[in-house]
Design a protein around this ligand. Structure first.
Ligand code: NAP
Length: 482
């Protein structure tokens, strides 16, 4: 069977780039999931120009009509539900149930923002003056560039595309090179749903080359980026030179605090889930668990025992808990940090090696790994690994746990496990993170609420929920004497 090929989508047409690149299955690298057209800087310019031409008609279409296209695309995705789940597992490696959960989320996101077409609430307030009517309406901002990472290959493109489009913007999206297929499927669904030509453009290829072209593309008005802090910082600097509106969602070093009064077994379960599911490759994954002194030893022992039971393997197989790292580079990063942490605090209490032998040799499998006795200044307590590596830290009491939790430049998600309501509220008001969970895993968010971090994790307005409209629209304020 020949390998399927996927072209770019520019100005309503499928378009070849300059050569192709492979999208390989990280659980079985002998399988090429697809061949993608390699976009060029000229393709980015062409796509941005097409988006600019499409903008006047799209932005002046009634918003409910734009919403109808999002609903229709959601229906198309729904019909492909099982296929998309399997394709995602094959291109990104996460387990099939996790992949299907993410496809469901993308469908829900399209429907949620489709409904926003009938709202797009502005502001209506009484004027101070007699017979003056004051209000503010939302208006689209223009051509928007979207850059997405590999770890949520359909949810993140969906939660950028849907609000951008419903507000009346036209877009150019560049997916991550290791998992471009899910984003391509979203664009295909929008095309089949009848989105007018030029409104959505898709260009795959090297982030370095296309990113430079995108940030320089004349028609561009805004960029929404999710990915690493390093690339985010570069984009921010470049975009600011042109006064582009920019939104950045980046890394995390997310803590879970476990207090002595927590429901012990659910705290263990929540920590294991948040640290290791999706191979620890969630931006909201727990990478530090901060345990109160009286239960530290018991909790650590239970955590190790539970983690040893996790099954690592090809996510297409039933009963697998953890799939592979997404590619060789990510696997190398994980192994590098295991080495760093071993030098800092001794051998891991479980895991610590690449899995080999049999089917493991086909992919990038690594054991879920736990380090005990981690202290605040160690690199393993400060730097994002983005893999199945958990640092366990000891806290004297709640105040000490909060101090340790906040002692990092990043602030994406944070969790607490406790049965004390006052501690819950102290945590809610004191934790320096944009997403908080209580007695739940630190990862696992819903589309109808604002999403995003604080401190160095994020920049600009939040994504998802009603807050998403703030980045993708502008207010026009009207004072009207009658
Ligand atoms: P990445 O290396 O920063 O890549 C993200 C995207 O940026 C990819 O599409 C990449 O393209 C592109 N890119 C690379 N260089 C670029 C440049 N010079 N200009 C413009 N774009 C460029 O991040 P990643 O490894 O894909 O994702 C992992 C990171 O994302 C982690 O740090 C994780 O915490 C973060 N993340 C954050 C959130 C959040 O919401 N806060 C969610 C998910 C992930 P190529 O693929 O072609 O290199």
């Amino acid at each position: 069977m020949s390998t399927p090929a996927f072209q770019n989508f520019i100005d309503g047409e499928w378009a070849a780039g300059k050569g192709t690149f492979e999208n390989r299955n990280p659980a079985d690298t002998s399988e090429v999931v697809g061949l993608f057209s390699k976009g060029t800087a000229a393709d980015v310019e062409r796509a941005a120009d097409a988006a600019a031409r499409a903008f006047p008609a799209w932005s002046s279409m009634p918003a409910p009509a734009r919403g109808a296209i999002l609903y229709k695309a959601a229906d198309i995705l729904e019909q492909q539900f099982d296929q998309l789940g399997a394709e995602m597992t094959r291109e990104e490696g996460k387990t099939l149930p996790e992949a299907k959960g993410e496809v469901r989320r993308a469908i829900n996101i399209f429907r949620y923002f489709g409904g926003e077409g009938s709202r797009l609430n502005g502001i209506l307030t009484p004027s101070e003056r007699e017979r003056v009517h004051t209000f503010a309406i939302r208006k689209a901002i223009g051509v928007v560039g979207l850059i997405t990472p590999w770890n949520f290959p359909i949810a993140i493109p969906a939660w950028k595309l849907a609000p951008a489009l419903i507000c009346g913007n036209t877009v150019l999206i560049k997916p991550a090179s290791v998992s471009p297929l899910m984003c391509w499927r979203l664009v295909e669904a929008l095309h089949k749903a009848g989105i007018p030509k030029g409104v959505v453009n898709f260009v795959a290829g090297s982030g370095g080359e296309l990113g430079q072209a995108l940030v320089a593309a004349k028609p561009l008005k805004a960029i929404s980026f999710t990915g690493s802090c390093e690339i985010g910082a570069w984009l921010h600097a470049e975009a600011s030179k042109r006064k582009l509106r920019i939104q950045l969602e980046m890394g995390g070093k997310n803590p879970t605090i476990v207090l002595a009064d927590a429901d012990f077994s659910s705290a263990v379960e929540n920590t294991v889930n948040a640290a290791f599911f999706s191979t620890g490759q969630k931006c909201t994954a727990t990478s530090r668990v901060i345990v109160e002194e009286p239960i530290y030893d018991k909790f650590l022992a239970a955590l190790v025992e539970r983690t040893r039971k996790l099954k690592v393997g090809n996510g297409m197989q039933a009963g697998i808990d953890i799939g592979p790292a997404v590619d060789q580079g990510q696997l190398d990063t994980v192994l590098k940090y295991i080495d760093i942490a071993t030098k800092e605090c001794g051998a891991p209490l479980c895991g610590g090696t690449r899995l080999t032998g049999g089917d493991y040799d086909k992919g990038y499998f690594v054991e879920p790994t736990i380090f005990g006795g981690v202290t605040e200044n160690m690199r393993i307590a400060q730097e994002e690994v983005f893999g199945p590596v958990l640092a366990v830290m000891r806290a004297r009491d709640f105040a000490d746990a909060m101090r340790i939790a906040n002692n990092t430049p990043l602030g994406l998600s944070a969790s607490i496990q406790t049965s004390n309501v006052s501690r819950v509220f102290d945590f809610v008001y004191g934790a320096e993170a944009g997403l908080l969970t209580v007695n739940l895993p630190s990862a696992g968010v819903e589309y109808q609420l604002p999403f995003g971090g604080t401190k160095d994790s994020s920049f600009g307005p939040k994504e998802q929920g009603p807050a998403a409209l703030d980045f993708y629209s502008d207010y026009k304020t009207v004072y009207l004497k009658y």
